[in-house]
Design a binder for this molecule. Sequence first.
Ligand code: FAQ
Length: 316
Amino acid sequence: MQPYSTTTTDTLDPEVHFQAKVDAEIRIEPKDWMPEAYRKTLIRQISQHAHSEIVGMLPEGNWITRAPSLRRKQILLAKVQDEGGHGLYLYAAAETLGVGRDQLLADLHSGKAKYSSIFNYPTLNWADIGAIGWLVDGAAIMNQIPLCRCSYGPYARAMQRICKEESFHQRQGFELLLSLSRGTEAQKAMAQDAINRWYWPSVMMFGPSDNDSAHSAQSMKWKIKRFSNDELRQRFVDMIAEQIKTLGLVVPDPELKWNEARGHYDFGPINWDEFWNVVNGNGPCNRQRLRARVDAYDKGAWVREAAAAYAEKRKQ
Ligand code: FAQ
């Protein structure tokens, strides 16, 4: 942390003043001066994050009616509802930067704004719900804990609550897989199959490798991101390689191996063609996911109109 004093920096160029605050770990709040590029970067990242949360409700929502017990159904309902709540906190955080909710959603619906690649994969069997909780929420937590210290106040505060809920999500996923792994041979095979399909897409969630990450250097200077994509990915691989031992299952990576000198697990090559293919709209479920969101928005038009009419009536 660098020393920061308003009196000594008052006369400075606003950009220098801004960076000095960031370096001194002073949170930037909505009414503070900020460089236009900082504002745009935050709108991009926070809105893409919000879109990921609400699109992320779809693969799991698909299994609510088919959960194998009332207990599992209650857990899944609560989790999917939490993801919707995360989307709302994040849209609200993005709105503090001067962009409206309608604009943010229009950008999602037109395909201009991205959402996480991971939600373009299908959920084929019940074990996928466990794999999503353990691997996808596990990757999300690894990426999001440092965002609780993001330089932009509203985003950092939203992330604190989100991370608490995500840790429950990860545990329920692990517990689900543990039950399956201790069940019949068929249940164990189902859990392994789900891990085989969700592991690599989860590793890709952290984004392109540092050499190809367009935004990382600037976002780290602004303390939006605290660690690079590859650093977080390595932590995730290290965590999963240990946790899978309790499940008695295997990570689908023949090259995964503890490296004593590095103090980390080495792992096999990532299929970046697959990653960019999914990011660019050609994954297994991209069209289906976007269509579901656009349909939900269109079908909700009467609710928005009724709420606006009611608010207008109360004003009068
Ligand atoms: N998918 O220069 P970078 C969750 C894009 S929430 C799609 O490295 P940056 C909870 C990137 O946008 C999961 N696109 O970018 C849950 C950029 O394109 P642009 C979401 C990706 O921003 C669980 C380009 O590649 N989490 O899972 C992806 O510095 C279960 C160059 O990349 C967040 O959004 C990707 N995986 O770093 C919900 C966390 N990766 O925008 C439901 C916040 C990269 O120039 C169920 N976001 N791209 O057109 C972040 O931390 C960052 O934005 C990164 C990317 C790390 C995702």
